[in-house]
Ligand binder design. Structure first.
Ligand SMILES: [Mn+2]
Length: 329
């Protein structure tokens, strides 16, 4: 699974053009790693193409470097062709080629293709792979990469990587937060990252419609299996009523997860002809195994999947059955 570190460094050092991609529904770690690494590579005089299938979510628009995002696959393809073979594609924070989105297999068909990630289920889908499941975040790995490449981090890169780490560690609360994570955070602050400002953008700058939506979503709370499973959902109707979007539901799942008896929190989101399901575990249950049964993926503590052509009630009873089996196994 793990390629020799020297191969990774050589490939990065000796390639002039780099395409960066990440997972769909990008979170703080995906975007922070993407823009942070882009900045590092640009400091090495490389041309970088940052591809996202969708626009940067509102919550992360404060990140420096997000202006360079391109959402056109044709533009990415043009960049790759113009590079005339001197181009490296790097997938960041993505545990599975399917999670790269609708152009994932086309990006994957380019060589060399590098994977930098910390998802435990990652089977090493790159030509070269740097996968460390014990890491708190991909952002943490990008910091170490910059250090090994001897690139001094700019304030912009430090802001992006700090955001990656603070979001993926739940503000330094999860068990994946190591002493190394804290040391990196300290170094990022020395490089100009401002924790107060970043945290205010991430956690204290919500639009009112988000609170209105939360108000409705919380009324859907149901408890199962002796209060070990907490389930909430958001319907299309709630989104229409509040004017909010699915983007505004970020972190809602932490509300049922924080109940003392809860071992697994479930958040069902009703989309157009599909239901997406997020699962969060407190540690007693590997929810990635449950997500995998439904064709999804993720970590032991955080995973998810999507189902087409089913109702919310159908998915809920299916996932509950699978979770209760998993909890009692
Ligand atoms: Mn991550």
């Amino acid at each position: 699974m793990m390629t020799d570190g020297k191969d990774i460094l050589n490939l990065i050092r000796h390639t002039k053009q780099v395409v960066l991609v990440t997972h769909i529904k990008p979170d703080g770690d995906a975007l922070g790693s993407l823009f942070g690494l882009a900045d590092v590579l640009q400091a090495m005089d490389k041309k970088v193409f940052c591809f996202l299938e969708e626009e940067v979510p509102q919550l992360y628009r404060f990140l420096p470097g997000r202006q360079q995002v391109e959402t056109s696959f044709a533009a990415a393809d043009g960049f790759i062709r113009a590079a005339d073979g001197d181009v490296l594609t790097i997938a960041l924070d993505c545990g599975d080629v399917k999670r790269l989105g609708k152009y994932g297999s086309q990006f994957r068909a380019r060589h060399p293709f590098m994977v930098i990630d910390h998802h435990r289920g990652n089977n090493g889908f790159g030509d070269v792979n740097w996968i460390e499941p014990h890491r708190s975040s991909t952002g943490e790995m990008i910091f170490d990469l910059a250090e090994t490449l001897d690139v001094k981090l700019s304030e912009a890169a430090a802001t992006c990587l700090y955001t990656a780490i603070v979001t993926d560690t739940g503000s330094f609360r999860y068990a994946s937060t190591s002493s190394h994570t804290y040391r990196i955070a300290a170094r990022l602050v020395e490089c100009g990252a401002q924790p107060g400002q970043i945290n205010e953008k991430l956690y204290d700058s919500y639009p009112l419609k988000r609170l209105r939506l939360m108000q409705q979503v919380l009324t859907t709370l149901q408890m199962f299996a002796e209060d070990r499973i907490g389930v909430i959902y958001v319907s299309r109707e709630m989104l229409e009523q509040t004017g909010a979007s699915l983007e505004d539901t970020e972190n809602f799942i932490n509300l049922p997860r924080a109940v003392e008896t809860v071992q697994v929190a479930v958040f069902l989101k009703e989309g157009k002809n599909m239901i997406s399901v997020s699962l969060r575990s407190r540690g007693g249950c590997d929810v990635s195994l449950v997500a995998a049964r439904f064709g999804g993926g993720g970590h032991a503590l955080a995973s998810g999947f999507r189902r087409d052509g089913v109702t919310l009630a159908q998915v809920r009873s299916q996932v509950l059955r699978a979770l209760i089996t998993q909890l009692d196994s």
